[in-house]
Design a protein around this ligand. Structure first.
Ligand SMILES: Nc1ncnc2c1ncn2[C@@H]1O[C@H](COP(=O)(O)OP(=O)(O)OP(=O)(O)O)[C@@H](O)[C@H]1O
Length: 638
């Protein structure tokens, strides 16, 4: 029996084919990718978020090695489908031979049966070999794909987190005006849910990009590259198998090829038209679910307060309002999907019988064999599936697109927040100088105007003023957080200047991490931590350093404020700014803590914000904010 291809030399033919197709595809990927990254909005956004992974010095070799490996394996997958299609042709031709032989006469009939039988067993052997290769190829591809995705995700998470942290962007991006994107987020005026962008959107970008570009193991038509290669190679097979067709008296050659392209093109245009709103709906799904989750976390964080207030009803209503928005959006997605899937599914169903309908007349006339007929259907199916990949995956593209928009939005907000004004800060040895410092509210109201002062080692300044006069905001401005500032600020560099906020921040983890913050516990050492806990009147905690608790919930506010003093003693800064650092302890303890600080760190410049007159005695000067931008600086007791 004559086989459809020469199986004996197929290894070399296939290897050459894979090499050539891979080279062409890589070139195509680079050229098309370059233009998409330059010309389209989503391409530019994608490149802005991910570009560094593919061109950065540390990652590019590994990244491109993975891309090339996945590309080669995707094309290898397409080659396997081609081999399966020829194998199918041989199998059915062999069976047809046996069938004809059984109905035939004499020696010719027996010859046909023998040829058919040997063809059948040959097909079984061929199948055994190519199926084994197919399984191994699929597993290796799965592994490479997962490894690539993990690396990409790890890199992107680290990159986006570092970008978010740089220049206090995670704080200052709340002041960035993002136009429409930030409206209605329901949480804060700046960027919404950065946590979710960093966690789930990054996962989605790494995963979907890989799955949409390359095959993912199994079917070879589920990625852009294998889809395109499949279209080209199976169109060629279809080309050879298809005959002319006469429509309205005009004979059109190779009609099957034109038919499949036309069929899918029309179906795709309509599918895109139906599916387009999914991009926006997916974008909103991410935002609304994140809002809902954030509201749940808020209740968890504020559990004690909510319980004291008996605020369950308000919380429940608030949660349900957010949840209703999630569900409303979900229904919109469901209805859109019903139309989208309904259309795609109908088109796919129709495509099952389409090639048989077209080829049947030629088969009935005996111009093609049963093998040719089934291979036509197979090739049509492959071209159809590959072409339809774009139409069927439109919702995945929409999902990816939404995640890219959200990640790009985060990067945009981070960058913009770094361009916001910050007080002109210079490094200076062991002294503090403020020159013409202005502090305003976001609405433009003046809190402090033209503040100039100078502090030398050992000086201590207490900042006073009525509530809302701008005491905390002054510290925010000096720490480089508040963007509505002007003036100059000179102070000792880096962590020689320490800012302590009103409510001490307690990180997750064990107690030693909480006390050593912002230093690492290993840099400080347990002995030093124990000693300092004794000195700030927390002796009952010295044996609990290794305990993992939510320490911000376990320690009382007064204990947390003592932890803040412990940090000052550990860090031994040249300057420390403290915002109502003793508001939660009694006056006796306040006296002891300040006395301790002055005794242990006599040269440290101390700036305290305080409402209490009892703190005055530990300071040398008073800065009183008197409202409307004016202020008064005088010695203590003056
Ligand atoms: N993010 C913000 N957006 C708008 N206004 C703000 C913002 N943060 C603070 N303000 C306003 O700036 C003013 C100064 O606030 P600030 O917290 O500095 O006051 P304070 O003197 O420290 O008050 P208190 O003694 O009550 O702690 C207040 O009127 C406050 O409402």
């Amino acid at each position: 029996m004559e086989y459809s291809i020469d199986w004996a030399t197929e290894v070399w033919t296939s290897l050459r084919w894979i090499a050539i197709a891979s080279a062409i595809s890589l070139l195509g990927l680079l050229v098309v990718g370059f233009f998409i990254a330059r010309m389209t909005r989503w391409g530019r956004q994608f490149w802005r978020v991910n570009g560094e992974f593919f061109i950065g010095k540390d990652t590019r070799v590994v990244a491109w090695a993975f891309v090339i490996a996945l590309l080669v394996f995707s094309i290898f997958g397409v080659r396997m489908s081609i081999l399966f299609s020829y194998w199918g042709n041989d199998l059915f031709t062999a069976l047809q031979n046996v069938g004809s032989g059984l109905t035939g006469e004499g020696a010719a009939g027996r010859q046909l049966i023998d040829a058919g039988k040997s063809g059948f067993w040959h097909s079984m052997w061929v199948f055994g070999i190519i199926a084994t290769i197919h399984v191994v190829r699929t597993l290796v591809e799965l592994y490479i794909g997962a490894a690539f995705e993990i690396r990409w995700r790890r890199w992107l998470t680290s990159y986006a987190t570092a970008d978010w942290m740089r220049g206090n962007a995670f704080y200052r991006n709340r002041f960035v005006d993002l136009g429409d994107d930030s409206k209605d987020s329901g949480i804060q005026p700046g960027i919404d849910n950065p946590d979710q962008r960093i966690e789930s959107d990054i996962t989605n970008v790494a995963q979907s990009s890989r799955l949409l570009l390359f095959s993912s193991g199994g079917s070879s038509t589920n990625g852009v590259i294998p889809a395109l290669v499949t279209i080209v190679s199976f169109s060629q097979i279809l080309w050879n198998l298809s005959g002319p067709m006469t429509i309205w008296g005009v004979e059109i050659p190779r009609m099957m090829v034109w038919l499949v392209f036309m069929y899918v093109l029309i179906a795709t245009v309509i599918a895109f038209w139906i599916g387009h709103p999914l991009i926006r709906l997916n974008f909103w799904r991410e935002r609304l679910t994140a809002n809902f989750r954030y509201a749940l976390v808020r209740v968890r964080d504020g559990a004690e307060n909510v319980a004291f207030y008996r605020g369950e009803r308000v919380e429940h209503d608030g949660l349900m309002t957010r949840f209703s928005a999630v569900i409303a959006n979900y229904w919109q997605i469901v209805f859109r999907n019903l139309k989208f899937v309904g259309w795609n599914f109908s088109i796919t169903q129709l495509s099952v019988v389409f090639p048989y309908l077209v080829q049947a007349p030629r088969f009935f006339e005996g111009r093609i064999s049963l093998g040719d007929m089934t291979q036509t259907a197979d090739a049509f199916g492959n071209v159809h599936d590959a072409l339809s990949f774009f139409r069927n995956s439109y919702d995945d593209f929409a999902d990816l697109r939404a995640s890219i928009i959200r990640l790009d939005g985060l990067e945009d907000a981070d960058q913009k927040s770094r361009t916001l004004p910050v007080i002109a800060t210079t490094d200076r040895d062991r002294a503090v100088r403020l020159t013409d410092v202005d502090i305003n509210t976001p609405n433009g109201a003046e809190l402090i105007r033209d503040l100039s002062l100078s502090l030398d080692p050992g000086d201590a300044l207490v900042v006073k003023g009525r509530s809302g006069s701008g005491k905390t905001t002054l510290l925010r401005g000096l720490a480089g957080l508040w963007p509505f500032v002007d003036g100059e600020f000179a102070r000792p560099a880096g962590d020689r200047t320490l800012f302590l906020s009103q409510i001490p921040y307690i990180p997750l983890g064990d107690l030693r991490t909480a006390v050593a913050y912002p230093a690492l516990p290993d840099d400080v050492g347990d002995d030093a931590i124990r000693a300092v806990l004794e000195r700030v009147f927390l002796p009952h905690l010295v044996d609990r350093l290794a305990e993992e608790e939510d320490w911000s919930k376990v320690l009382s506010p007064g204990e947390q404020q003592r932890v803040a003093f412990a940090r000052v003693l550990l860090t031994r800064p040249d300057v420390v700014f403290m915002d109502e650092a003793t508001s939660a302890v009694d006056e006796g303890l306040e006296y002891s803590l300040y006395t301790l600080i002055r005794a242990e760190l006599p040269d440290t410049i101390l700036v305290s914000v305080s409402h209490r007159s009892t703190t005055d005695q530990h300071h040398t000067e008073v800065l009183e904010l008197t409202g409307g931008g004016s202020w008064d600086l005088r010695p203590v007791g003056g």
